[in-house]
Design a protein around this ligand. Structure first.
Ligand code: HMG
Ligand code: MG
Length: 296
């Protein structure tokens, strides 16, 4: 039945690679995305149209979008923090644009250099431009459980931002446990607050696996009716200065869990393992700037 269908949004090319210290060359990024689109994903987050001073790894966003094969039925999504990013995304023929807000003031400042309120105002013209181009908008809330600068985040703060993003016109709000500190209890409390403002079929779970609790947090989300989850092939990502820290939850692990629980994802196991090997090789071979120490 429809209730047993789960969509995995593959975010490795964006959220995974953005955290790699060494620059992954554009051709490899394109090859990774093309391998992923062959696995059966219906949604792939390909890149970000952000300032290259802030995230140098995503500086080739336009080239990546121009180089990938556009497989029929696949939505190639991109991040945009402002109108400039959205206009570039439209020019690059993105199928979906994602704006990203935070539930914590400090993280908002550190990540996009403005307050939460300013970010929401800044998203208005982004939504208008996307609507005019008939491109759906996704919204993210970061730090839904904990902020790296402020510590625990109250569930009501997350609910408020999620509701604002929905009111702004986001068809879906992805709830980001940015630093992977969520436990089933804290994730459940957060979801219960958000669900009082936004229905489950307009929410996605975005878990990082820093403490190895992401799969437990996905289970708690499934129990509450969420059916869309973000994950990254081979668990791409992680902080280069925190050895052992995990990135986004690994797509292969999420797919296996969902299968065990009786859900359908429509993904091809052989394709996934080939893409995972390729992603791991990319991680090892990324060109590291001379000034940065090796961390592995
Ligand atoms: P700012 O410095 O305040 O912006 O940064 P500005 O408007 O003053 O512009 C500064 C420079 O950036 C200018 O260039 C602009 O043209 C340029 P200059 O004139 O100095 O040469 N610029 C841009 N270039 C390309 N594309 C753009 C763009 N906008 C301005 N869109 C800004 C503000 C938002 C731009 C900056 O802070 C930024 O780009 N931040 C992005 C940070 C980011 O990408 N973080 C990672 C994604 S969020 C995440 O990972 C969490 C998530 O996974 C969920 C979760 O896990 O919780 C989504
Ligand atoms: Mg993330």
């Amino acid at each position: 039945s429809d209730n047993l269908k789960v969509t995995i949004v593959e975010v490795g090319p964006r959220d995974g690679l953005q955290n790699e210290t060494g620059f992954v060359d554009t051709r490899s990024k394109i090859a990774l995305i093309d391998m992923l689109s062959g696995c059966g994903f219906k949604r792939i987050e390909a890149t970000s149209f952000v300032s290259s001073r802030w995230v140098p790894q995503m500086a080739d966003a336009a080239e990546v979008m121009a180089g990938i094969e556009r497989r029929a039925g696949v939505i190639y999504s991109v991040l945009a923090p402002n109108l400039k990013g959205c206009e570039a995304a439209i020019a690059a023929r993105a199928d979906e644009v994602a704006v990203f807000a935070s539930a914590s003031e400090s993280f908002s400042r550190k990540n996009i250099n403005c307050s939460i309120a300013e970010s929401l105002l800044r998203f208005r013209p982004v939504v208008e431009a996307a609507k005019a181009a008939r491109i759906p908008i996704r919204g993210y809330v970061s730090c839904v459980v904990e902020c790296p600068y402020e510590g625990p985040v109250v569930p009501d703060a997350v609910a408020r931002i999620a509701a604002e993003l929905q009111a702004l016109g986001c068809h879906e709000v992805s709830l980001g446990d940015t630093i992977g500190q969520g436990r089933p209890e804290t994730t459940a409390a957060m979801l219960d607050a958000v669900l009082s403002a936004v229905p489950a079929d307009r929410l996605a779970g975005h878990f990082h696996d820093t403490n190895g609790r992401a799969l437990d947090n996905i289970k708690v989300s499934l129990e509450r009716g969420l059916r869309v989850f973000d994950s990254a092939i081979a668990g791409l990502g992680g902080c280069p200065y925190a050895p052992g820290a995990e990135g986004n939850v690994d797509t292969v692990k999420v797919n296996s869990l969902l299968r065990q629980l009786g859900y359908e994802t429509g993904l091809d196991d052989g394709g996934l393992s080939a893409a995972a090997s390729f992603a791991r090789a990319l991680k090892r071979s990324a060109v590291r700037p001379q000034s940065l120490p090796e961390t592995t």
